[in-house]
Design a protein around this ligand. Structure first.
Ligand code: G4P
Length: 543
């Protein structure tokens, strides 16, 4: 499959210049609350790209489906999720890279990190449930970074909320400025089709087989008698009224506002029925941004610079416990990444070359010779990389934008086997580099504290320490409400000295050596903040 697509690619399209390669890439993520339809939509997009032949071919990262305590299932799923980490396909001569984001809320931090590597996102919302908690969190991260967002309202084949009410909800709860680019004709049992405001035509829903993928008919004009014949005069009149309202109430689409994260196109459809997906995809390839420049601590790097640069946004441990090698996922920011060429690992200040970089296509990975900005390469790693590392042709730059967020759960981690202290430390170190959890070391006594987003990770860590590193650990409960990164304001030295003295028991260093205050309650945090105004307490490690 991979080879035939490559072959087609080479035959039909003349060799492309570096700039053309960049311009045709669309690297994005699909985010949603679990069960809204992210996996189904991903699969349907791949079908359109011809990357898979039938629905059901993508083995999704269905961690969310398992009971929350079933971490063995998660171990099994980890193997699958390597394959679905990046799903790439060609559509209308665009190279589309979909970066997978885990649905399970315990892995939200993984999703936040993946969002540093996307150039845009599609948010999937369930028409019946509306905006849900996880969607709110993820969209707020996208908005902080002005990532262009398209909204897909899914499951129109089911009864749900009124379309206008939903648009209101999206505006209010997510703070988005919605611009409907498609609009549903009916819903649930009465769902008849979709008006495409991008191309100004109607696609009729196939009444006969609501559960199969069908090439449903398109009516180019609202005045076409076929429309009324198909949907009836009442539905047609309602559609006309609603379209008038849409045009009156919502701004017209402005691509530059969308690209700046100021306007948010909305599509309606049913991923399961493959309906409204093509409208979404056709518009997406037209409007979504190609790879964007990225700021580093030193300067902004443009994708069309000749020198290669990229950063690690995800590390995936391999399933085979005998080979502790991992796959580091690099997003290429500029230049080309070429197999067997030495590149500078900036943090280690050493050159590394890679003989088998993986590229991703559909749900497979293959060794690739050259990759371009926007692409993701997977590099085999024996422990050199950690999340956020920069790789370049030689320039010493550091990409920013992979902050840590305060974990939700905290426990002391103890060594349960004194003979295996070295293994334990190595294991903890590497798992933290992978981003499985965060490690804090208490200033007072050097005790180690593990912080996680979900309680599930404690089981995962214990299991992996045992099976991959031969070490065993126990946990001890600890009452921490939030980890806050400490910043001393200008002239805040006196406050800082007082704070350090009274709160010494609650001060720790994170893995980068940054000072963190482990506040035991929201009240303590508030009191401490008002007592020491010379200090800023931050919810993330980058401020
Ligand atoms: P997620 O990745 O966002 O968690 O959602 P996923 O695609 O797994 O979809 C969750 C459930 O919603 C699935 O049903 C899926 O079939 C269903 N679904 C997705 N899109 C639509 C749609 O347009 N209409 C309707 N009616 N259902 C939709 P499931 O029963 O949980 O799983 P499965 O057994 O079908 O895989």
């Amino acid at each position: 499959m991979w080879q035939s697509v490559l072959f087609i690619n080479q035959c039909i399209f003349a060799p492309m210049s570096f700039l053309e390669e960049i311009a045709r890439r669309r690297t994005f993520g699909i985010i949603s609350h679990p069960d809204a339809g992210k996996t189904t939509l991903t699969e349907k997009l791949l079908l359109f790209g011809g990357a898979i032949q039938e629905a059901g071919a993508v083995k999704s990262n269905k961690i969310k489906k398992t009971a929350t305590s079933d971490f063995m299932e998660i171990e099994r799923q980890r193997g699958i999720s390597v394959a679905t980490s990046v799903l790439a396909f060609l559509y209308k001569n665009k190279k589309i890279n979909i970066l997978d984001t885990p649905g399970h809320k315990d892995f939200a931090e993984d999703t936040f990190r993946t969002l540093t590597a996307v150039d845009s996102v599609i948010v999937v919302i369930d028409v019946a449930k509306g905006v849900e908690e996880q969607t709110e969190k993820l969209v707020s991260v996208c908005r902080m970074r002005n990532i262009p967002i398209i909204v897909f309202i899914n499951k129109l084949d089911r009864e749900g909320k009124d379309a206008f009410d939903l648009l209101d909800e999206v505006e209010q709860k997510l703070g988005l400025t919605t611009v409907p680019l498609s609009f549903p004709i009916g819903m649930g049992y009465d769902f008849q089709g979709i008006y495409n405001l991008w191309n100004n035509n109607v696609r009729l829903f196939d009444e006969e087989s609501k559960t199969t993928i069908s090439d449903s008919s398109i009516i180019e004009n609202l005045d076409d008698a076929a429309l009324e014949n198909n949907i009836g005069s009442t539905a047609k009149a309602t559609l006309e009224e609603e379209l008038e309202l849409v045009r009156e109430v919502y701004p017209s689409f402005d691509q530059s506002a969308y690209l700046k994260g100021q306007q948010h196109p909305v599509f309606f459809g049913s991923a399961l029925n493959n309906f409204g997906v093509q409208e979404l995809l056709d518009c997406f390839v037209d409007i979504a941004p190609p790879p964007l420049p990225k700021t580093s601590e030193e300067r902004t790097i443009a994708p069309d610079e000749n020198s290669f640069s990229g950063f690690v946004f995800k590390i995936h441990a391999n399933m085979d416990p005998k080979h502790r090698d991992r796959l580091a996922f690099i997003k290429i920011v500029s230049g080309t990444f070429t197999r067997n060429v030495p590149y500078l690992h900036v943090r280690h200040n050493k050159k590394l070359k890679f003989s088998s970089p993986n590229a991703f296509f559909a749900d497979k990975k293959e060794i690739v010779d050259v990759s371009y900005p926007g692409d993701i390469v997977g590099l085999h790693d024996t422990g050199n990389f950690k999340i956020g590392d920069t790789l370049t042709s030689g320039e010493r730059i550091h990409f920013r934008g992979i902050p840590s967020f305060s974990p939700e759960h905290f426990r002391y981690i103890n060594n349960a086997d004194p003979m295996k202290a070295k293994q334990l430390n190595k294991g903890i170190d590497q798992l933290m580099d992978e981003g499985v959890a965060q490690l804090f070391t208490l200033e007072l006594n050097g005790r180690k504290i593990v912080g996680t987003v979900g309680a599930l990770q404690f089981d995962v860590i214990q299991y992996r320490l045992e099976h991959e590193y031969g070490a065993s650990c126990t946990y001890e409960n600890l009452n921490v409400h939030k980890a806050c990164w400490v910043e001393v304001k200008e002239n805040g030295e006196i406050d800082f000295a007082g704070f350090k003295q009274t709160k010494s028991k609650f001060l720790a260093k994170d893995k980068q050596g940054q000072l963190v205050f482990l506040a035991d309650s929201a009240f303590t945090l508030q009191m401490t903040q008002s007592k020491y105004p010379g200090i800023n307490f931050h919810a993330t490690s980058e401020f």
